[in-house]
Design a binder for this molecule. Sequence first.
Ligand code: URP
Ligand code: ZN
Ligand code: ZN
Length: 478
Amino acid sequence: MATTLITGGTVVSATGRTEADVLIDGETIAAVLAPGSHLLGTDLAASVDTVIDATGKYVIPGGIDAHTHMQLPFGGTEASDTFETGTRAAAWGGTTSIVDFAVQRYGERVQDGLAAWHEKAAGNCAIDYGFHQIIGGVDADALAAMPGLVDEGITSFKLFMAYPGVFYSDDAQVLKAMQVSRDTGMLTMMHAENGPVIDVLAAQLVEEGKTDPYFHGIARAWQMEEEATHRAIMIANLTGAPLYVVHVSAKQAVEQLAAARDRGQNVYGETCPQYLYLSLEEQLGASSDEWGAFEGAKWVCSTPLRSRAEGHQDHMWQALRTNDLQMVSTDHCPFCMKDQKELGRGDFRAIPNGIGSIEHRMDLMYQGVVTGRISLERWVELTSTTPARMFGMYGRKGVIQPGADGDIVVYDPNGHTSIGLGKTHHMNMDHSAWEGFEIDGHVDTVLSRGKVIVDDGAYLGAKGDGRFIKRGLSQYLV
Ligand code: URP
Ligand code: ZN
Ligand code: ZN
C-alpha cells in the first residue's frame, strides 16, 4: 500500500489548528505527528512513497457538499452536470464527498427512484458520494418504504413545500413523513417555501407582462419562506422529528430557526454561497448583448436571491458565525443558458431553477475567513466537519485523525484563484454564475482516500475513483 506524508503544513480542524505532519497509509490516515517526526527511529519523509510539502499552507479535511443535484430532471430538462463532470469539478475545488438527491415522484416506488440514482452514479464519480432521498410523492407505499432506506445508508430525505404538481407535499403529507422521521431517526430535510401562494403570485406577474427572470424572486417572496419555515418547524415540533431546512435565503427564515433552537427544538439550517454573495438587485441589473435582461436567468434558483438592501446576505454571514445556521452546501443544480435556461424566455416560470457552484464552495467560503466574517476553524466546520456529523459520515469523513479516510486538501492562503469560463471552470455549463470573482487562496492538492486527484493545476484522478458512502444516522439526533 502506498504511503504519503503531508509535511510542514498547518492542520486545521473545526476545533483548532496545529503544525503537524499527516501520514496516510493506503486509503486511510495513519497518524498526525509533530513536524519532522521519526517513527520507530525511521525518518518518515525518507521512507514514504510520496512527500507533499505543505509549508505555509493549510491542511484541511476534504470538503463535503451535502446538497447537490447531478442530472436532476427539472422543468422539462435535466441538470447539465453528470456524476462524472460534476464530481470532477468538485474535486478541482477541494470537495471530496457529495451527498446528492435520489428522486421519487408520485406513482413511483421509492426503491426504484433510489436504484435509478445508483445507476447514474456508480462507476462515474471522481469522489465519494452518498444519497438523500427526495420523497416527491408521500403516499402509503412511500411511507412504508422509507424505514428500509436506513439499512441502505440513506438516512435523510427531502420534502418540498414548494413546486405543486412536481415534488410538492401538503401539510398532511409532511406530518406523515415527519412521523417516520421521528420513528426512524432519519433527518427530514425541508424545502420551505409556500408553493401554492408563490404559484398564484407568479401567474399574476406573468399576466401583467412581468416575465423577466427578476420576477422569479418577486414571486418567491421572503414572507412565504418565513411562513413555510415556521410551519415546518411547528409540524416537526408536534411530531418530535429532527428538521434540517435547506437553502435558507431569507433572514426572517433564519430568525424562525433561531427562535426554535432557543426553545430547545432540534432544528438546523443550511445556506448556500449564492445567498451570501449574490442579490436580487444584481439580478435586476443584469443585462448582456446576447441575452438582454434575460441574463438574470443565470441566477434563477429556489429559494431565490434576496434583496441586499433588506440585509439578507449580511444576516446569513452573521448566522453562520453565531451558529443560527450550521452548514454551507451549494445546492449545485446547473443548467446551461442555451437550450435550458432559455426555455423560460418570455415566462420566468419556465426557467429551470438552479445555479452551479460545486467547484467554488471552498474558495468562496474561504473569503469569509479573509474578510474576518468567520474563523479558519469555522470554515472547516461549515464545509466539512458539520456536514459529516449532520449526515452520518463523521470519523471517516470531515476530520483529519487516525482511521479517517485520507480525504485531504492542501490549501494555499497566499495563492489566488480567478473564477470564470476559460479560467477555473470545470462544471458542464456554458456560463459561470460566479464569473469575475477573484479569490484570495488556492486549492493546491486534493487527496481522495489517499490518492492525489488534483495537484498543481492538473487532474490526476479517474472516472470511477469515487465510492458510495453508506451513511449512518445523524450525530445531531437527541
Ligand atoms: O433552484 C434550485 N434549488 N434547484 C434545485 C432543486 C431544489 O429545490 O433544491
Ligand atoms: Zn429545494
Ligand atoms: Zn436542491
